[in-house]
Design a protein around this ligand. Structure first.
Ligand code: FUL
Length: 483
């Protein structure tokens, strides 16, 4: 049998392998996959929202648009106090409401008089966007902007001129405040308002009026690294509620053309994503630390407890979504003590819970790994390197990872991460612990994605099994941690 025939057998037997020398071909990506900017966004995991405008002084949640700029007068404004506390809470960025639905601008926009320039704040010379973005850089936070498409102050709202106005303002914000990590396009649109004195209801066709494609291209041009949020992306999507949870099943994939804003089934879809979605548009969970988005003194006693914030963390970051936690400054222009205390205690709770990774020194084995090559062996899930992963052969979509902690330990949380550069794959998994000489099932789950944290009743065990029971293609797991 000549060389040719030998080669043929080799290719036939190994199938997946590039040659007979043992170089095993890595798994092919399961499309769609995140781009570099989306990958960086996933790694942020949690960041702050800051709602601050005339509403802070009127007690409203949605200003009508007729507020006098004179009421915007924080008595002890200190953006560094925001940035310092947000940083210390473990949040990685800050997104500021530069203009909310009432139309009041927190910066010195050339295009309107309805802004800080006609307020007593710093004698009319202040620029909140500048002060906040500078404070963010000083404290090592990324900075993002919220610019409400709906504007209840503008006389032009509803006409094509307003869209030009909106884009001009977007250009100002993207050009003058350093690097922008995220641009937040709010979904609330149209309705009654002041509209330059017209005092009427104005309806717009959300799908057509803003001509989003051309607005998005301004962001791509001026801030290529910025992630764009809206109900339907393009880069990240709304999670379908403002109560702080992503779906227990949470696909980062969705088909944008299946989303119809406002429809209840759309909210469900946004919450869970779509296994066969055509685009990578992961969920962001926006929720306020208080009942309202803006500061109201009457809500000082209703700040979410550290325990509630922890469960929000588990149901957002712990389900592979990012958490956007709103902390609204008060009329002094400072974060309130109650909010700061809740943030501090929440951070302590997280740090205490995830202090010692029991998997770091564990022995890990798998019932199968790709091409029997070390490059894809089980040990990659606890080598501290996110770029290495355990993977199986393409035909293997259920597999078992066994983790031996060396001695019995109390286990409460299991953290799993897929190597999402190659797509989101896992459809279902379960977790077993070794107890009384046998395996006992303690949890079932569906998706994993960028990160999945599973809580179990605290259990004393030496060994655990993570069984991937179904996946779109071979599972590719980059990290496992146990607490
Ligand atoms: C909503 C807005 O209407 C709320 O006021 C808030 O800004 C929230 C984050 O988004 O659509």
């Amino acid at each position: 049998m000549g060389k040719f025939y030998l080669l043929f057998i080799c290719a036939g037997i190994t199938g997946l392998f590039s040659s007979c020398s043992g170089n095993v071909i890595p798994p092919q990506a399961v499309l769609p996959v995140p781009n570099e900017h989306q990958l960086a966004w996933h790694e942020l995991e949690q960041y702050a929202f800051v709602h601050f405008t005339t509403n802070t002084f009127t007690g409203k949640e949605w200003g009508y648009g007729d507020e006098q700029p004179a009421i915007f007068n924080p008595s002890a404004f200190d953006a560094e106090q925001w940035a310092k506390n947000i940083k210390e809470a473990g949040l990685k960025a800050l997104i500021l409401t530069c203009k909310h639905h009432d139309g009041f601008c927190l910066w010195q926009s050339k295009y309107t008089e309805h802004s800080v320039k006609n307020s007593p704040f710093m004698g009319g010379g202040g620029d909140v966007v500048k002060l906040v973005s500078d404070a963010c850089r000083k404290y090592g936070l990324k900075f993002g902007i919220y610019l409400s498409p709906w504007d209840r102050n503008s006389a032009e709202y509803g006409s094509p001129e307003y869209v030009t106005y909106y884009r001009n303002q977007l250009r100002e914000l993207l050009s003058n405040y350093g690097e922008i990590c995220e641009v937040w396009f709010d979904g609330a649109n149209g309705g009654d308002g002041f509209y330059g004195g017209a005092v009427e209801a104005r309806k717009i066709d959300n799908a057509k009026y803003y001509d989003w494609a051309n607005t998005h291209s301004i962001v791509r041009e001026l801030a290529p690294a910025a992630i764009m949020f809206s109900d339907a992306g393009p880069d990240v999507r709304w999670c379908g509620n403002e109560r702080g949870f992503a779906g227990e099943t949470n696909w980062c994939t969705i088909s944008i053309d299946t989303l119809f804003p406002g429809k209840p089934q759309t909210q469900k879809l946004l919450n869970r994503g779509d296994e066969s979605g055509k685009s990578w548009v992961p969920a962001e969970v926006d929720v306020s630390i208080r009942p309202g988005w803006f500061y109201h003194e009457s809500e000082d006693s209703k700040v979410k407890t550290p325990e509630k914030l922890f469960s929000i963390y588990m149901e957002s970051v712990g389900r592979g979504a990012n958490l956007l936690l709103n902390i609204p400054p008060d009329q002094r222009g400072l974060l309130h003590d109650n909010d700061i205390q809740a943030l501090k205690d929440w951070k302590k709770l997280i740090d205490r819970t995830f202090a010692v990774n029991l998997a770091a020194k564990a022995k890990v084995k798998a019932d199968s790994y790709r091409g029997k090559s070390k490059v894809y062996a089980a040990g990659n899930v606890n080598d501290g390197d996110r770029e290495t992963y355990w993977a199986t052969d393409d035909s293997v979509t259920s597999a078992c990872l066994e983790i031996d902690l060396g001695k019995p330990q109390k286990v409460s949380y299991i953290l799993i991460q897929e190597y999402i550069r190659l797509g989101q794959r896992v459809k279902s998994f379960n977790i077993e612990v070794w107890q009384d000489g046998g395996w006992k099932s303690v949890a079932n789950g569906t998706t994993v994605g960028y990160k999945r944290i599973v809580g179990i009743p605290p259990t004393e065990t030496q060994k655990l099994r993570i069984n991937i029971t179904d996946a779109k293609s071979c599972p590719v797991i980059s990290n496992v941690e146990i607490y």
